[in-house]
Design a protein around this ligand. Structure first.
Ligand SMILES: [Zn+2]
Length: 201
C-alpha cells in the first residue's frame, strides 16, 4: 500500500507497546511531515540510548557505564536493598523521597503462565548480593507491584531469604496501593505512605 520505507517505519512503530496499526500509521505520517532536524533528533536519540545506556552491574538499574548513579552514590545506605520489577519503578520510589538505600531491579515478575521463572529474573543475583560479606545487608524491601505476579514474586523471594539469610529483615510495602495497579502509576504520596508503613514479612 505504501512505499517500502514508509511501510518499514509503520511496522517498526507498531512494535512499540500500546501502539496499534492505526497509531503507527499516524506517527509515521507525523515523522514524514516533521523537519529533517526533528526526525533526525528522534533517530539519533534512539541510537544514542541504545549505545550509551546499559544495565548496572550491581543492581540492574539503567546505567551509563558499569554502575548506575545510585550504586555510585556513597551517601546511599548500602545496607538497604529495595527490590523492584522494572527500572521505571526506581524512579517512582525515588520520587517519594522516603528511601535512602540502594535498589535491585528484577527485570519483571514471576509468572508461570507466561513462562517467567526465577531463572529469567535477576533473583540469583539478589541472593548473591544479600550473602556478600563485603556489604552486609540489614533490610530487603520488596517493592514489587501489588498485582498477582508481583505478590507471588515477593513471597517467593521472602521465603528464600528467610532460609538463606535469617538475620536480614524482609519487608513489604504497606497496603493502600491500588490493588492490581503498577507502582509506576501510584502517586508519590500514596507510594510514600506505603513505603513509610512497610511491614515485616
Ligand atoms: Zn546500580
Amino acid at each position: 500500500m505504501y512505499a517500502p520505507p514508509i511501510q518499514r517505519l509503520i511496522s517498526e512503530l507498531a512494535k512499540l507497546p500500546g501502539i496499534g496499526a492505526r497509531t503507527a500509521q499516524r506517527l509515521a505520517f507525523h515523522i514524514l511531515r516533521a523537519s529533517d532536524e526533528d526526525a533526525g533528533a528522534l533517530a539519533a536519540s534512539i541510537r544514542e540510548v541504545k549505545e550509551r545506556v546499559g544495565l548496572c552491574q550491581v543492581c540492574f538499574n539503567l546505567a551509563e557505564g558499569p554502575r548506575c548513579r545510585i550504586c555510585e552514590d556513597d551517601r546511599r545506605d548500602g545496607a538497604l536493598i529495595c527490590v523492584v520489577e522494572e527500572a521505571g519503578d526506581v524512579i517512582s520510589v525515588e520520587r517519594t523521597h522516603e528511601y535512602r538505600g540502594r535498589y535491585h531491579v528484577l527485570g519483571g515478575a514471576l509468572s508461570p503462565i507466561d513462562g517467567v521463572d526465577p531463572d529469567d529474573l535477576k533473583i540469583a543475583e539478589l541472593y548473591r548480593r544479600v550473602g556478600d560479606p563485603a556489604q552486609p545487608i540489614t533490610e530487603v524491601v520488596l517493592a514489587t507491584n501489588p498485582t498477582t505476579t508481583g505478590e507471588a514474586t515477593a513471597l517467593h523471594i521472602a521465603d528464600a531469604l528467610r532460609e538463606r539469610a535469617p538475620g536480614v529483615i524482609v519487608t513489604r510495602l504497606a497496603s493502600g496501593l491500588p490493588v492490581g495497579g503498577d507502582l509506576e502509576y501510584a502517586d508519590e504520596v500514596t507510594l510514600g505512605k506505603a513505603f513509610a508503613g512497610r511491614r515485616r514479612l
